[in-house]
Structures are given as structure tokens and as C-alpha cells.
Write a protein that binds this ligand. Structure first.
Ligand SMILES: [Fe+2]
Length: 451
């Protein structure tokens, strides 16, 4: 529904943006202000803008993949383009106001001149002998004429200055958008390692430390594929982890979007970990049509595609569906279903109190929950560590400022009562194929046990 509502706005915005581009081209040198060049620019711009909606409705295939890839790049650029369009609109509005003020001044001068001419005519009829007065008036008229010439010249010069200003501002804005997009695309492909050291005040026999790697939000599909997964697995294995925890959104709502499922399975199977790899589903681990990130049509089951489940099984990833596992009789890992898309067979996920019922609370309890929700409730229930993703830390500035307002812990570490909460910004990207002001990461968490 949101996608359908936003689509006309998206189209109207881009038509307005294209008009501004044409205006800018008109202010540039003559070869930019050429009808053929304008047609070429219009066609290229149309392809970029329409690639996402067309790709969304096409059946899976080479063309659809190409359009989706182009569309996801355009989506990121559109956000910054929107900022530029707003600034340009303000600039044009100010310069229009300035010009209309000058035009009003010039009209007033012209009116004055006409009045003087009428006065002169009437006086000529009365007395031709009043030559002194006539001479004075003639001098006044000459002055008015020269004032008008100066005013016209100034107006023309101002117009030229405005055009030059628009040409320079437009050029700078275009350069900034391109630069931001290039930086964002490169940045999204660099995976960093975020380090955390925490203590859980519970004594565990034969275990003083636990070496955890948390990852999430791969969003495997059009944006993220084998190359990013290879880099991630290399980073994970470099930490020599005891356990690897995947906090959801392995997929990006479309199994058909995977570039090579078999290769991806083989890559993920290479994760080395003493106790294995556990995961929970996220809100994107369901087969669902999406347009610019918003659901398009409904998946009533809110459950993963069977191919997704088989994929995870083949990749050696153990899914926890509202259930726990007691690892080596030392600590618990509990996997919560996603709050919005709980998955097959789960109508309503267990509450924080129900999760810990029956657990031996003298052992550490680590909960994986895709969305960092109900943190206070989990803390009150006695959970020691909550691991989440979902927020991407906003992914592109200034969305990271918004996610800070939306979540108790939108990114990184936060202590909630006695519970530690860590939220990862994820390995992949969702929607716009870029990251600006945020990072792709794996989280290396060293947990010390006991006092
Ligand atoms: Fe995600």
C-alpha cells in the first residue's frame, strides 16, 4: 500500500527534478542548451528513474536483474538529489523575488517619466516663451532617460549573474551527488570489525571467556552476493570464534534474486566455529515483492520461502525458531522469531517471561532477536545479552539520525538494567546500494564470565 502511495510522488518528484536539470542546462554553455542533448539527457534520466518500478514487476531474468541493480543505485542518489532540488527551489524563489522587486522599481520610473512628458506637453501649449522652464524639464527628461537605460542594463547584468550562479550551483550540486554516491557504493563494500568486551556475572565451569561473532542483515539478492560473503567469512574466521550468531535478514525478500545460491551456500559453509552457526529469521527472510523497500503485495503466511529454509540448512546454519539451545551445557542461546514476520508455524512469539521459563538462570542467557525490541522486558526477565540487527544504523546519512529516535538502542552497545544490548549495522544493504555515514561490519564480542 505504501509503495503504491509513494510511486506517484516518486514520479512527480523526478519530473520536477528533470525540469530543473533542463533549466540548469539552459544556463550553461550553448552546446548544453541544445534540443538533441536535452532529449538524450531526458531518455537516460527516464531509464534510471523507471528501472526500479519496471524491474519490480518483470519476471526474474537478466534484464530484470540489470534494472533492479540500476534502480537500487538510483534510489540512493535520489535521496541526495531531493536535498539538492529543495535547495535549488529555494534559490530560484529568492532570485525571482529579487527580480520582481527590480521590475516594480523600473515600472515606477517609467510612470514618472510619462507624467513628466504630459506635463511638458501641457506647458508647451500654454507658453512657448517660458524657455528656461522647458530647458530645465528637458534636462530632467534626459536624466530620466539615462536612468532607464542604466536600470535596463543593470537588470540584464543581474539576469546574467543569476544564470551564472545557477549554472555554478547546479554543477557543484551534481558533482557532490556523484561524489557521495561513489563514496557510498565503495564504503558499503568495505567490511569492518567492531570490537566489544563485556562481562556476564555468572560463573561457568571450564569457561572463563566466550568468543562470539555476531553478523546480520546480509540482504542477499540484487545488491549483495558472493563477493561480499567471501569477505565476511574471511573476517569471521580471522576471529577464531567459539560461536557465530546471525541475527536475521539473510535474504532480501526474493530467493530468485540470489546470483548463485550454490556458490553462496559453499561460501557460508566455510565459516569455522567451535560450537557452530546459529541464526534467527528477520523481517526480510520472506518471499515478498517489494518496491523501494516497501511491501508490494502480501505474503499472508509471513513465512520464508521453502528454498530459503533449504538454503540455510545446506549452508550449515541452524535456525532457532522461538527455541533455545544449551551449548556444551555451559550457556543458552535463544532465537526469537521476528516481531513482524514470525515465520512458519509461529502465530505469536513467546514473551520475555516465557522465554526464560524453564531455563537454569545460573547459566548465561544470550538472546538473538532481529529487531532490538522489548529490551527492558528482556532485561527484567533476566536475559544477560541481547543481540540484534535490523536498523542498519540508518544505512545512509541522515537516516541514522532518525533511527536514533526510533529505537532504544539503534546501534552499538547499550546497558539496559543488568542486560547488555548490542546492535549491528549489518554486512549488507537494503534498498539504496550504498552506505554513507555508517559501516558494513561484523561484531566480535569477547565475553568474560564470572567476577
Ligand atoms: Fe535488514
Amino acid at each position: 500500500m505504501t509503495a503504491l502511495l509513494l510511486s506517484p510522488l516518486y514520479i512527480i518528484f523526478h519530473i520536477h527534478a528533470l525540469c530543473l536539470i533542463y533549466k540548469w542546462m539552459g544556463c550553461c554553455k550553448k552546446h548544453f542548451n541544445n534540443i538533441f542533448v536535452k532529449i538524450i539527457v531526458g531518455v537516460i534520466y527516464g531509464i534510471l528513474v523507471l528501472s526500479l518500478p519496471i524491474g519490480t514487476v518483470l519476471h526474474a531474468g537478466g534484464l530484470q536483474r540489470l534494472l533492479m541493480t540500476i534502480g537500487n543505485f538510483t534510489l540512493g542518489a535520489s535521496l541526495y538529489e531531493a536535498f539538492v532540488v529543495i535547495v535549488a527551489d529555494i534559490f530560484i524563489l529568492i532570485s525571482k523575488k529579487r527580480r520582481s522587486k527590480k521590475e516594480a522599481k523600473a515600472a515606477l520610473k517609467a510612470e514618472k517619466k510619462a507624467l513628466k512628458e504630459a506635463k511638458k506637453a501641457s506647458k508647451n501649449e500654454k507658453e512657448k516663451s517660458e524657455s528656461v522652464i522647458t530647458e530645465v524639464e528637458s534636462a530632467e527628461n534626459k536624466e530620466a532617460d539615462s536612468e532607464e537605460i542604466i536600470s535596463e542594463a543593470t537588470e540584464e547584468a543581474d539576469k546574467k549573474t543569476d544564470n551564472k550562479g545557477l549554472a555554478i550551483t547546479g554543477g557543484l550540486a551534481a558533482a557532490i551527488i556523484v561524489l557521495l554516491c561513489v563514496i557510498g557504493v565503495i564504503n558499503a563494500r568495505i567490511i569492518r570489525t567492531s570490537e566489544y568486551q563485556i562481562t556476564i556475572d555468572k560463573k561457568v565451569e571450564w569457561m572463563k571467556e566466550l568468543n562470539v561473532v555476531m553478523v546480520g542483515d546480509f540482504h542477499l539478492g540484487y545488491n549483495v552476493g558472493s563477493r561480499q560473503m567471501k569477505k565476511m567469512v574471511k573476517k569471521i574466521n580471522a576471529q577464531n570464534p567459539d560461536i557465530v550468531l546471525i541475527v536475521g535478514d539473510v535474504f532480501d525478500n526474493d530467493y530468485d534474486a540470489l546470483d548463485d545460491p550454490d556458490e553462496l551456500k559453499t561460501i557460508l559453509k566455510d565459516i569455522d566455529s567451535r560450537y557452530g552457526v546459529y541464526a534467527v529469521y528477520g523481517n526480510h527472510d520472506v518471499q515478498e515483492k517489494r518496491l523501494a523497500g516497501f511491501p508490494f503485495g502480501k505474503n499472508k503466511d509471513k513465512a520464508p520461502d521453502e528454498r530459503m529454509e533449504k538454503f540455510l540448512e545446506d549452508a550449515g546454519i541452524e535456525m532457532l525458531r522461538d527455541e533455545y539451545v544449551l551449548v556444551d551445557n555451559k550457556f543458552y542461546i535463544y532465537g526469537r522469531p521476528d516481531a513482524d514476520r514470525p515465520g512458519k508455524g509461529v502465530e505469536k512469539r513467546k514473551t520475555a517471561e516465557e522465554i526464560v521459563k524453564g531455563l537454569n538462570m545460573s547459566k548465561p542467557v544470550i538472546v538473538m532477536d532481529h529487531q532490538p525490541k522489548e529490551l527492558a522486558k528482556l532485561s527484567q526477565a533476566g536475559v544477560d545479552l541481547d543481540l540484534s540487527g535490523h536498523t542498519h544504523n540508518g544505512q545512509i546519512w541522515p537516516c541514522n539520525l532518525l533511527t536514533r529516535l526510533m529505537w532504544d538502542n539503534s546501534y552499538g552497545y547499550k546497558q539496559i538494567g543488568d542486560m547488555h544490548s548490542i546492535v549491528t549495522s549489518g554486512v549488507g544493504v537494503f534498498g539504496p546500494n550504498m552506505r554513507i555515514g555508517t559501516r558494513a561490519e561484523i561484531c566480535h564480542i569477547e565475553i568474560k564470565m564470572g567476577n
